[in-house]
Design a protein around this ligand. Structure first.
Ligand SMILES: [Zn+2]
Length: 343
């Protein structure tokens, strides 16, 4: 069931959704295990099995139109008073007071093949009616092992990655008289988890930054965060925190080539960034190359479109880097950033 709004003044809802017989066979099933403390109900989550859960998020009234975009990255937030019935069986929400935060409700065991009925009855306070809206949805969670998650990641060709960086450097401001001009774009190659150059560069389709994180490290980190159950809500880009679920991840071949070149030239421990030029060329940037004018974000300067965008010769982009750095490991890195804002 997709995210569905709780309208102002309507407090009783009945939603129908269908679960096919094939999907019912794939659902996670509880088992009883007997130990010293008695009988304990456990659930064995095998690769490919499905779990159905009810979630609710809170959205400010002014943001209702963007609610669907926020769904995946919004934490569960239950209304102050409400009741859940799935196929006439009552379920209790897991609340912040007992769990540290509001948690989704697993409704898998209440489902049957064919049509299922979800009933929600709410009692909302004045604050909940005036300033916010709630959205309910039934989510399907699929348990996936590392290899399955890895197989969902699509690759972006090196030329596409390079072209996108050139666009980022040369894009206009929307004003015909103005152009955004910069000499280069400094892009970090360091994975935020390991603080080392990534092995497999990746980001989410939602990311608006060129920097990558290490794909394998990211997936493994998600595994450890999810604990024994598949209730992980943390599939967010470690750089920008936007939605980075497995089906949204992309592997950037352009940065993969750069890493290969780093290894080939023996600079994997002394280089941590590149300077990307408007003509598609790039050069390594070691920790000793940091200057006060360096920036990990694009420096933007408004100027009249009279001068050429770059003094560099307009050559054909090549994957062979222009290597100029000879980093000195003892030199302290300078992390000062300069951002110039345009009104
Ligand atoms: Zn991101």
């Amino acid at each position: 069931m997709p995210p569905t709004i709780v309208e102002q003044g309507e407090y009783n809802y009945s939603w129908d959704f269908v679960v096919s017989p094939e999907d019912m066979k794939r659902r996670s099933r509880p088992m009883n295990s007997t130990g010293k403390g008695g009988t304990l109900e456990t659930v064995n989550y095998q690769s490919g099995c499905r779990t159905y859960r009810l979630r609710c998020i809170e959205v400010p009234v002014s943001e209702v139109e963007n609610a669907l975009d926020r769904w995946s990255t919004s934490s569960t937030k239950w209304p102050s008073v409400f009741y859940i019935h799935v196929n006439n069986g009552e379920l209790t929400p897991r609340r912040k007071a007992h769990n540290g935060k509001d948690l989704p409700v697993d409704i898998t065991s209440c489902l049957k093949a064919g049509e299922n009925k979800l009933k929600i009855d709410l009692l909302l306070g004045p604050e909940e009616c005036d300033k916010i809206r709630y959205f309910f949805a039934v989510e399907i969670m699929t348990t996936s092992g590392f290899q399955l998650v890895r197989s969902l990641v699509k690759a972006v060709p090196a030329e596409t990655g390079r072209h996108s960086l050139q666009q980022r450097l040369n894009e206009g401001t929307g004003d015909d008289e103005l152009a955004v001009v910069t000499d280069s774009l400094t892009i970090s190659l360091v994975d935020p988890f390991t603080a080392r150059v990534f092995r497999t560069p990746a980001r989410s389709l939602f990311c608006n930054h060129p920097e990558c994180f290490d794909l394998e490290t990211f997936i493994k980190t998600q595994k450890s965060m999810s604990g024994p159950g598949p209730m992980n809500d943390k599939w967010r880009c470690p750089i920008c925190k936007l939605d980075a679920r497995p089906q949204l991840l992309v592997l950037d071949r352009f940065f993969e080539e750069i890493r290969t070149e780093l290894v080939r030239t023996g600079q994997i421990n002394t280089v941590d960034a590149i300077d990307f030029l408007p003509n598609g060329l790039w050069k390594f940037k070691g920790v000793s190359d940091r200057s006060p004018k360096s920036t990990t974000n694009r420096p933007t300067l408004p100027v009249k479109r009279k001068a050429p965008l770059s003094q560099s010769p307009a050559g054909t982009p090549t994957s062979r880097p222009k290597i100029e750095s000879s980093a000195t490991p003892t030199a302290p890195p300078q992390k000062r950033r300069v951002v110039i804002e345009i009104d």
